[in-house]
Design a protein around this ligand. Structure first.
Ligand code: BGC
Ligand code: NOJ
Length: 813
């Protein structure tokens, strides 16, 4: 059954929304460098420069009624009818509506009474501007005299202040208007050296900058005064809530068409005279920017640039395989989402307000894993930025502000897994690029001004930090939490207003994490392999020893009979054990212990994964634990604060499902791997979209678990570690194309029914065209490998010299 709200257009790499009243607003992102826009299928959302908290250009109210109100609106007045091509805010019924979410752009087309208006929103490459290309067509048989009114609401840059401090903000608003350009200049008179400009590339018939004037104090946006009255008022905002609106009058003969653009830009005036006249802002740069897009053809060229950018990026990894969902996700939407999570971490979405969270340490390191093949240089810089927020003892700022790159103390620290993820991202980068010079880059510790230790030093500090914080079973201490932010074993919070992630004292704490133990095992192996690659056998052997020690602690203390326990709480009691009343088995420790090499020789790995399958797998994915906690448990923290089936309390937390996919791959179980992959795959949810509700083209963080009121309902789409890890689990685990220090390792783990597939991969400047044949219907095991017709021993394709394409033929068996 097909979704009734839209469909994929694979050839165009677009998702086509065919009716505006989707089960939830369906979001896309505009922008790829510094300026970003959130854009829903009804043109809702906002725009910011670099930092959604500190440089927000337009306003958005998150838990609004309806949900998605406020955005990039165009009102069309045709006779007495007033409508919006994106349906909202007037919700006037349209004769036709279509929204195409593409890569870095959204194109919304609405038509009514023979008038068709197409709005194409995008951010040109390397430009701090958002363009709204507007095309109006008269498809009726009569002349149309139309009035269009653009509308957006400015934000006073610092979004928290903007949303809370009205006694000040209602008195600071300032604008200047010059021709068709509206300049938002609030706070420029004091300490800001930047402003926002909202301009039209065409002559305008009027403007408004006061919300009270345009909308009316007692009106909603659906009944805004100006478009319904039919004429702009030329209002100039002094204080209150400044907006930007242009009136554009068009006369179109039958068959006539006109195209122009609105441009919203962030302009930095650093280094120029701030004022061109006393109290008149120097607008030279803003004018020049608007000029650029006024030139005939400029907008289309800029859009072609965005398309070419994505075409090139996505050609880094392309697959033809028997599964339609895997193919579509791998070729288009999964890397696209990886770009969004890399750029925005967990900062700005319809679920992340842009204020609470910046760049997460553990999140951003994991995001690198799914992004590094796309733009390795940006991943390199990110790794260094992250390392710069580590302290000299190994602990990390849990988050940092993107604008300042400074650790954000309010969110806390002492999550005893954070530092280990830096090892994973760094190794992934070196495997992808071969650039070992990164390891020697000097990067200071955040608490030691002027320090310049190497990145490799940071990785060693990370290992040492875990070693120095172990509990009575020899397992790593958990601190405030590990990957599971809600497993707060040292928190003991009874105060409703305190944060579970910062409350409680971790000094001298006892609670241990088996998940961190598994992650440590994995990180030790990664770092040992890196040292071997660097020719430093001594260090590698030392890490092998650390791995062996931790492994014996895990096997000795953490095996529960059928699975690995999850943790030991502050009283030394197991969490995630059959002796527990609730929360007897958890997913994370099974995934990470197996990935770290536990249970290999003794059958426990397989048993643990079978237990996951028996106890946690559902038709909507694998739930985090079972049974769900039915009451608040002060010794466990936030995990037991959620109602059963939601979020970390036994929801399907998609991120950790991917570790099970990879764990099945490590056992060579192709069917199990693909099944776990598909259970949470968004493209595979289209047929049950009325339950799922979220975007069918990107992953959501959580899908409600079997204990929830509506199992299968997804929430918190877009900014989730699921993006990077599903890309890794599909491309490296299932399809088995693994970047390694000495080349591309080919190690598939596919269902027996797959008889062949093909991957085109760019790797260190060379294109590889990899054909995999599976004549005997096996899951894994490479029988032969030829590179440009020459047989190669083993399963590693050595890096080639030229640009390629290099032909790689793989036969399984
Ligand atoms: C959520 C977690 C999240 C954490 C961040 C919790 O309420 O359940 O998923 O990581 O907040 O602080
Ligand atoms: C979301 C957070 O961003 C991530 O860091 C964490 O691991 C998961 N929630 C699980 O709690």
């Amino acid at each position: 059954m097909k979704s009734t709200y839209g469909h994929f257009d694979d050839a165009a790499r677009e998702y086509v929304v065919t009716r505006p009243d989707t089960p939830l607003p369906w979001l896309n992102y505009l922008g790829q460098d510094d300026l970003y826009g959130l854009c829903t299928n009804t043109a809702g959302g906002y725009t910011f420069w670099r930092d959604a908290r500190l440089r927000r250009l337009t306003r958005y109210r998150h838990n609004n009624v309806p949900y998605d109100l406020g955005g990039r609106y165009l009102y069309v007045r045709d006779g007495d009818a007033v409508w919006n091509p994106g349906w909202k805010p007037t919700k006037t019924p349209l004769d036709r509506y279509e929204c195409r979410h593409g890569l870095g752009y959204t194109r919304i087309t609405g038509a009514k009474d023979g008038v068709e208006v197409e709005l194409l929103f995008f951010v040109p490459l390397g430009e701090n501007a958002e363009v709204w290309r507007t095309t109006v067509r008269n498809r009726s048989g009569a002349r149309k005299d139309l009035r269009l009114f653009s509308y957006l609401e400015f934000c006073f840059y610092e979004a928290l202040n903007d949303m809370t401090n009205f006694q000040r903000t209602y008195s600071i608003g300032e604008v200047e208007v010059e021709g068709s350009a509206i300049y938002h200049t609030t706070e420029y008179r004091e300490r800001r050296d930047h402003y926002t400009v909202f301009a039209c590339t065409r002559e305008v018939a009027g403007f408004d900058t006061s919300r009270d004037a345009f909308v009316g104090v007692h009106n909603g946006l659906h009944e805004a005064a100006v478009p319904f009255e039919g004429a702009a008022r030329g209002s100039v905002a002094h204080g209150w809530n400044p907006i930007g609106s242009h009136q554009v009058d068009l006369a179109l003969e039958p068959g006539g068409e006109e195209s122009f653009a609105f441009v919203l830009a962030y302009v930095d005036n650093d280094g120029v005279d701030r004022f061109e006249w006393p109290a008149v802002v120097n607008k030279e740069r803003g004018r020049a920017l608007v000029e650029r897009y006024t030139r005939e053809g400029a907008v289309d060229e800029a859009f072609d640039g965005v398309r070419a950018f994505w075409d090139d990026l996505l050609s880094t990894f392309e697959v033809d395989c028997p599964d339609e969902h895997a193919q579509r996700m791998a070729n288009v939407w999964n890397p696209y989402q990886c770009m969004a999570t890399f750029n925005l971490s967990r900062a700005a979405s319809l679920f992340e307000s842009g204020i609470g969270r910046g760049m997460g340490f553990r999140d951003s390191n994991q995001d690198v894993l799914g992004f590094v093949h796309l733009i390795p240089d940006r991943a390199r810089q990110r790794i260094l930025d992250l390392a710069g927020t580590q302290l000299s003892d190994g602990t990390c700022f849990h988050q940092y502000q993107p604008l300042t790159k400074q650790g954000n103390d309010a969110i806390g620290g002492d999550f005893y897994d954070d530092h280990l993820w830096l090892i994973l991202s760094t190794c992934a980068y070196v495997k992808e690029t071969g650039d070992v010079a990164l390891l020697d880059e000097p990067v200071g510790y955040a608490d030691t001004p002027g320090s310049a230790e190497t990145l490799l030093h940071h990785l060693e500090t990370s290992i040492a930090y875990t070693l120095s914080r172990r509990g009575e079973h020899g397992l790593p201490l958990i601190g405030h939490a590990d990957w599971n932010d809600c497993l707060n074993l040292n928190c003991f919070s009874t105060q409703p207003d305190e944060s579970f992630q910062t409350a409680g004292d971790v000094e001298g704490s006892r609670a241990e994490s088996v998940m961190i133990a598994g992650l440590f095992l994995y990180a030790c192996r990664e770092l040992a392999a890196l040292f071997r690659r660097l020719g430093r056998a001594g260090e590698a052997t030392r890490l092998d020893g650390l791995h062996a020690d931790m492994l014996s602690a895990v096997e000795e203390h953490a095996w529960d009979g059928d699975w690995y326990v999850r943790a030991f709480d502050a009283a030394g009691e197991p969490v995630g054990s059959r002796v527990c009343e609730e929360g007897q088995i958890f997913i994370e420790s099974q995934g990470w212990c197996v990935l770290g090499g536990a249970g290999g020789g003794n059958g426990r790995a397989r048993r643990a994964l079978e237990s996951v399958d028996e106890r946690l797998a559902t038709e909507h994915g694998i739930v985090l634990h079972q049974p769900a906690y039915t009451r608040y448990r002060v010794e466990l923290g936030e995990i037991s604060s959620y109602p059963p089936g939601y979020k970390e309390n036994a929801g399907v937390f998609c991120h950790n499902n991917t570790w099970i996919t990879l764990a099945w791959c490590s056992l060579g179980e192709g069917e199990r791997a693909l099944d776990t992959y598909l259970a949470i795959c968004p493209s595979a949810q289209e047929s049950r979209i009325d339950t799922y509700r979220s975007e069918p083209y990107v992953y959501a963080q959580v899908i409600a678990g079997r204990d929830a009121a509506i199992p299968g309902e997804a929430k918190n789409s877009w900014l989730t570690g699921t993006a990077a890890w599903t890309f890794v689990s599909l491309s490296q685990g299932i399809l088995g194309v693994k970047p390694d220090y000495d080349g591309l390792r080919i190690d598939p783990c596919i269902p027996r029914s797959w008889r062949s597939y093909r991957v085109r991969r760019r790797f260190r400047g060379t294109r590889y065209d990899i054909s995999v044949e599976n004549p005997d219907g096996v899951c894994s095991g490479v029988r032969s490998l030829t590179v440009d017709g020459r047989a190669v021993d083993g399963n590693v394709v050595p890096p080639a010299a030229g640009p390629g394409p290099v032909r790689v033929d793989v036969v399984l068996g």
